[in-house]
Design a protein around this ligand. Structure first.
Ligand SMILES: Cc1cc2nc3c(=O)[nH]c(=O)nc-3n(C[C@H](O)[C@H](O)[C@H](O)COP(=O)(O)OP(=O)(O)OC[C@H]3O[C@@H](n4cnc5c(N)ncnc54)[C@H](O)[C@@H]3O)c2cc1C
Ligand SMILES: C=Cc1c2[nH]c(c1C)Cc1[nH]c(c(CCC(=O)O)c1C)Cc1[nH]c(c(C)c1CCC(=O)O)Cc1[nH]c(c(C)c1C=C)C2
Length: 455
């Protein structure tokens, strides 16, 4: 049966909507991202976001990067104090490409013969070591996990972080076969005009001409005009208590009644707001950890890069503190200052190693973080000149970490919610995927389930 919704109230603790989608638009036209900078169009969740971009009328602002673009072809690893282009294409698989000691095709071919694992979850490092060998796990996968989760592949769960890999082994007995034959059902999302264009033009990722923050801005405007949604900024949820109707949501300066809560709060924030009657849920939410990333945007006069591509990543064995550097000007030159040649880079630091390398995030100074970022650019890219502009953003607790066993935590939390008939949906990056596509798709799915409609 469908529920009838009278009013939707959106509560946001800060002064702006959008969370980590946060862009600086300088008055001279340059754009700098302090959070996500590229969204993948592929798959059901990618198509779903593009359909929404269409509905919001943002299609004209899209900046696509195709698979044939140099930023899609060239990604680097900084290993043994040198940049190495990551192998791509058939020739990259057939040859021995440093820093690896044998052709990747050998590991991929042998992988077909490896027996299926027996555990119901495993760390990403253990899974890849078992199936593809220790070298790929230590270098390529260690770096990949730093470039997506800012996390440690020895702790992160393969089942929750890379469900495609986990399902390939479960359903096909091999990653190689899973990639070739598919590894289970995916949600059906018909492509709208923009998604169709992305397929025809072979987009690998996209951004928006005024930065990623245009997306939450357009959603906010759309909701304001709908007349059906009340949007409240600077309205932090302090406490949630049960009531006859469902819930009472306590704010700094008032109380709101709700028959259902869709929580997009980070898990720990929800945990501290829930009533003691939700004790098992409170504990499990509390144990979903997050990591802090220092995002340092740098702008240089002239063209300063010795190589061209998306950027480079470092495995934890090379440098614990520096995760990677994005060469923003390569995929998105449209975000450069319009007059004159400039290069924009972003250095990402810390993540799972933040405390160990930089100490308490509350105590670290911007000067120290900027100095470390400048030093990384000098060492890795040989850039000796100083940036003409920089900005340091310390993104506290910005990426949730799905550790081994995360899926059991989710199962148990959702079964507690069901068994106690709690009118509560859990959405946002703490649970079922950290990408922008995932959080949008999972948010929409929760609403459809509530209303009894399709996404
Ligand atoms: C540096 C960085 C780079 C990234 N790069 C990419 C990328 O390239 N591609 C990609 O797809 N994804 C990327 N991501 C991931 C992606 O941006 C995030 O996972 C996603 O935006 C999270 O969205 P969310 O709504 O779940 O959470 P958030 O963005 O954290 O939003 C939660 C909101 O809740 C509010 N809030 C918190 N507590 C309360 C409270 N008590 N009451 C009311 N409101 C509250 C917060 O102020 C915030 O606005 C990146 C993330 C970071 C940090
Ligand atoms: C160096 C740190 C980080 C860089 N980006 C992120 C961090 C922590 C965050 C991030 N990047 C991506 C996602 C979304 C994943 C998705 O499912 O879409 C998130 C949360 C995209 C991404 N970035 C890299 C890869 C391989 C991916 C996955 C999708 C894709 O293949 O495009 C690699 C990468 N990230 C960074 C760099 C410097 C880099 C590689 C050179 C920065």
């Amino acid at each position: 049966m469908s529920k009838v919704v009278s009013v939707v109230i959106v509560l946001e603790s800060s002064s702006r909507f959008g969370g980590w989608l946060w862009s600086t638009r300088r008055s001279d036209g340059a754009v700098f991202e302090h959070g996500p900078r590229g969204i993948r169009p592929a798959g059901a969740v990618g198509r779903n976001t593009l359909n929404m971009v269409d509905d919001l009328g943002l299609g004209g602002e899209i900046l696509p990067v195709t698979y044939s673009h140099i930023a899609s072809k060239n990604r680097y690893l900084y290993v043994n104090q040198r940049l190495h282009r990551m192998p791509s294409g058939i020739s990259g698989l057939l040859r021995t490409v440093p820093p690896f000691s044998r052709p990747l095709l050998l590991s991929v071919a042998m992988e077909i013969l490896v027996k299926k694992g027996k555990e119901d979850d495993e760390s990403i490092h253990s899974f890849v070591t078992r199936r593809l060998g220790k070298e790929l796990a230590d270098i390529a996968v260690d770096s990949l996990c730093r470039g997506v989760f800012a996390g440690d592949c020895r702790k992160l769960s393969v089942r929750s972080c890379f469900p495609v890999l986990y399902n390939a082994e479960q359903h096909r007995g091999s990653l190689t076969l899973g990639m070739l034959l598919g590894s289970g059902p995916t949600p059906v999302v018909p492509p709208g005009p923009l998604a169709q264009r992305s397929i025809k033009e072979s987009w690998a990722q996209w951004s928006l001409s005024r930065g990623m923050e245009s997306l939450p801005e357009a959603i906010t405007e759309y909701l304001q005009h709908s007349g059906k949604v009340q949007l409240h900024r600077e309205a932090a949820v302090k406490q949630i208590s049960p009531s006859a109707l469902g819930w009472k949501v306590h704010l700094e300066d008032g109380v709101i009644s709700a028959d259902h809560i869709i929580s997009a709060l980070p898990a720990k924030a929800l945990s501290s707001a829930l009533p003691s009657s939700c004790e098992p849920l409170i504990q499990q939410l509390q144990h979903i950890s997050t990591v802090t990333v220092a995002v340092v945007n740098l702008e240089y006069e002239g063209s300063i890069l010795p190589v061209t591509g998306f950027g480079h990543l470092l495995p934890s064995s090379e440098d614990l503190g520096i995760l990677g550097v994005v060469y923003d000007s390569v995929p998105f030159p449209q975000h450069n200052r319009p007059n004159g040649q400039t290069t924009r880079l972003t250095v990402m630091m810390g993540g799972a190693w933040f405390q160990e390398v930089f100490g308490d995030p509350e105590a670290v100074t911007e000067e120290h973080l900027l100095a470390r970022a400048n030093e990384a650019v000098r060492c890795h890219l040989g850039v000796t000149k100083a940036p003409s502009w920089s900005r340091v953003a310390l993104q506290r607790d910005c990426i949730p970490q799905y550790y081994k066993g995360h899926f059991q935590k989710l199962k148990s939390m959702r079964s507690f919610i069901r068994q106690n008939n709690l009118s509560l949906s859990l959405v946002g990056s703490s649970y079922d995927g950290v990408s922008v596509n995932d959080v949008i798709f999972n948010g929409q799915t929760a609403v459809s389930e509530l209303l009894g409609t399709g996404v």
